[in-house]
Ligand binder design. Structure first.
Ligand SMILES: [Mg+2]
Length: 375
């Protein structure tokens, strides 16, 4: 039997209107998704994507990278994701650069290849990765800044996430220079008050702080029993992370903007974090993310992936040190609730069940998304 081969790689971009939200560093003004479909000579197709969260990236630039990669992919075996990553990433560094939008695109391609592999084998990607867990705890991402959103609206949001959506952990943003330090402390206090003492509270500065501000935050965060302080500093301030982690009683979480094992090795070497928010749509796919998880395990760190939960669930549930799943509720976006099928929901105890369907286990709702195609 001839081996399975990639015959076609299709790139589509979708955009839709959404009320703007922002964090300490970026305004997210519209919804978007870049979808990659990989077809094979055996009739099995796989799908990968970038987007599907509250964040926005310039996804109209992505199809050009798919055009660049396509001749390097057609005729290749989609199961050989390790070799594809070597050929399309490491061997292209002089041409495309070390990492960035192109490696995000490569991530979607690699994810589509894993989807194919799972569908051909009749097994879930989670199972192919090792299948450590059947259920996993989720935390609800949110607490963004938005126009007209004050302390009571923030409190209402996190209380809703706990009471209506069953979260046992919730996250809010801090670090917006417009809000300021004192207002952020009031936001943290309001969130803690709203959710009570039993629910974990996480905060995320999206790299907005300098070291002095981050240390000042860390001192206050312990007072509110904050579970982690995410991305306090610019990502490559490794020395700053080391100094912050030394004085912080609260765990430091990083990794959603790290692309390579070298990035993660560097933060480990500086003992600058306790949790890695690796994202399979940023670092190129499950292969690299799995290796990052192994590095983290060796160093005693846990994995709580960042980003689109439907893509990250196989990873966090598939590795031994997978701790928790980031979860974007339907409320972050007018179409998110219907974007993926089946709908992933938190159960009454704040856990989600890992799907055992072949491949990634979630399909994009093409009928809905098709209305918003721009490329
Ligand atoms: Mg974050």
């Amino acid at each position: 039997m001839p081996e399975i081969q990639i015959t076609e790689v299709i790139s589509e971009v979708f955009e839709w209107e959404r009320p703007a939200v922002w964090n300490g560093s970026h305004i997210y003004g519209y919804g978007s998704l870049h979808k990659v479909t990989v077809r094979t000579n055996e009739g099995v197709s796989g799908v990968g994507w970038n987007g599907g969260t509250a964040a926005v990236r310039p996804q109209r630039l992505m199809p050009g990278f798919v055009d660049y990669y396509r001749p390097l992919l057609v005729g290749r075996n989609p199961f050989d994701t390790g070799e594809l990553i070597t050929d399309l990433w490491e061997k292209q560094i002089k041409i495309l650069g070390a990492s960035g939008l192109h490696t995000q695109v490569l991530a979607a391609i690699v994810i589509a290849c894993w989807d194919i592999r799972g569908k051909v084998a009749g097994r879930s990607v989670h199972e192919l990765l090792g299948g450590e867990k059947k259920r996993i705890r989720a935390y609800i991402a949110g607490g963004y800044y938005a126009a007209g959103k004050g302390l009571s609206e923030l409190a209402d949001e996190v209380r809703y996430n706990v009471e209506a959506l069953h979260a046992t952990a919730v996250k809010i943003k801090i670090g917006d220079p417009e809000a300021g330090f004192a207002e952020d402390i009031r936001r943290i206090a309001a969130a803690r008050e709203a959710i009570g003492p039993e629910v974990d509270l996480l905060v995320d500065a999206n790299c907005a702080c300098d070291l002095d501000t981050a240390i000042a935050f860390a001192r206050e965060l312990a007072e509110y029993d904050v579970y982690w302080f995410e991305e306090p500093l610019p990502i490559y301030d490794f020395e700053g992370h080391r100094r912050l982690a030394e004085v912080s009683e609260v765990k430091i979480a990083v990794g959603e903007n790290y692309y390579s094992k070298t990035d993660f090795k560097s933060i480990i070497a500086h003992q600058g974090a306790a949790v890695f928010n690796v994202d399979v749509a940023i670092c190129p796919g499950y292969d690299v993310a799995r290796e990052v998880a192994a590095l983290a395990e060796e160093a005693g760190l846990t994995i709580v992936p960042h980003g689109c939960q439907e893509l990250q669930l196989p990873l966090v549930a598939g590795v031994a040190n997978g701790e928790m799943l980031e979860y974007y509720p339907p409320e972050v976006d007018p179409i998110r609730g219907d974007l993926f099928a089946p709908r992933l929901l938190l159960e009454a105890d704040g856990m989600v069940t890992v799907p055992d369907r072949p491949g990634i286990g979630f399909e994009i709702n093409d009928e809905l998304l098709g209305r918003y195609r721009v490329m």
